[in-house]
Design a protein around this ligand. Sequence first.
Ligand SMILES: C[S@@+](CC[C@H](N)C(=O)[O-])C[C@H]1O[C@@H](n2cnc3c(N)ncnc32)[C@H](O)[C@@H]1O
Length: 305
Amino acid sequence: MTRASWNIGDLLKVTTSYLKEKGIESPRLTAEVLLADLLETDRVTLYLQFEKPLTKKELSGYRNLVSRRVRREPLQYITGVQEFWSMTFQVDSRVLIPRPETELLVEQALARAGECDSEGDTRCRLLDLGTGSGVLAICLAKELPKWEVWATDVSPGGLEVARMNAEKHGVGDQIRFRQGDLFQPFRSEKILFHLIVSNPPYVAAEEYGSLPPEVREYEPRAALAAGKGGMDFIAQILRDARDFLAPGGRLLVEMSPEQTDEAMKIAHGTYCYGEIERVRDYSGRYRVLCVRKLSEDSLLGDRES
Ligand SMILES: C[S@@+](CC[C@H](N)C(=O)[O-])C[C@H]1O[C@@H](n2cnc3c(N)ncnc32)[C@H](O)[C@@H]1O
C-alpha cells in the first residue's frame, strides 16, 4: 500500500492478497468489512463505489485496521459488533465474542418457557449466569417480555457491556444485573428461578494453549478457562443450581460435546434433578445439558426411600 492514491476497488484487491498471504481467514470478506467499517458504510455500497479514491487519512486509518487484524485481533473487536439471534451486539475485549452455537440455548430455553405457570403477583423468572455481553439475557428478555430476567457476571467490565446492550435493545428495565461469583449474589435473597441458562467458561486448561491466537491472546481468559478438563464451572453450577431453581424449574448449560457424559453423571449424582437430557446442536453434536429440578414431593420421597 505505498501508492500515492488508491480507489476502493484496487485497495480491496491488494488488501485481500495481503491478508491471504498472512493466513487470515476469509481475506476478501475481512478486507471489505474493515473498509466498510472505516467508511461507516455497508459492503454493498462499497461495490457501487469501486472507482472512488480514498483520502490520505482514510488510507492510513485503513492500514491501521488491517494491521490490527494481521496481529490476529478478532474482527469483532475491531468493528466492535457481533450479530447474535439476528440482533447486533456491541463487544469489546471485556467480553467473549458470542458464538453462533450459543443460539441453541436461546432456542431451548424458549421451548421450555411455556412450562412456567407462576400465578398471582409472582412473575416467571429467568437467570443468565455469566452473561458476558448479555446476549442470552437480552434475547430472552425480548422474546419473553412478561418474564423477570436476571443476569450475573463476575466481571464488572463485562456487566457494563451487557447493560449497554440491554439499553440499546430496549430491555434495560426488564433485566436486573448483579456482579459476583456464580450464585453468590443471590445467597442472601430468597429468590427462585423458573429457568436458568448458562454458557460458562468450559475450556480445559490443557487445551488452552492450542486455541487460535484470536481467542487465546484477545478474549478474556476468565470467560474461557475452567481448570483441568474444563469442568470446574459446569460441575459447580449443577451442584448449586438446585438451591436457586423453583420446583420443576429447568437449568440449561452449554458445554463441549465431550463434557456432556460427565455432566450427566454429576446431574444424576445430585439426586435432585429429573428429565436429564442432552440436546444436539445443528452439526449433530451434544452441546447443551438440560435438567429439571424435581418437585418438593419427589425430593422428599427420594430422601425417605
Ligand atoms: C463463555 S463466557 C459466556 C458469555 C455470554 N453468556 C455468551 O454466551 O456469549 C462466560 C462468562 O462467565 C463469566 N464468569 C467467569 N467466571 C465467573 C464466575 N465465577 N461467576 C460468574 N460469572 C463468571 C465470564 O466473565 C464470562 O462473561
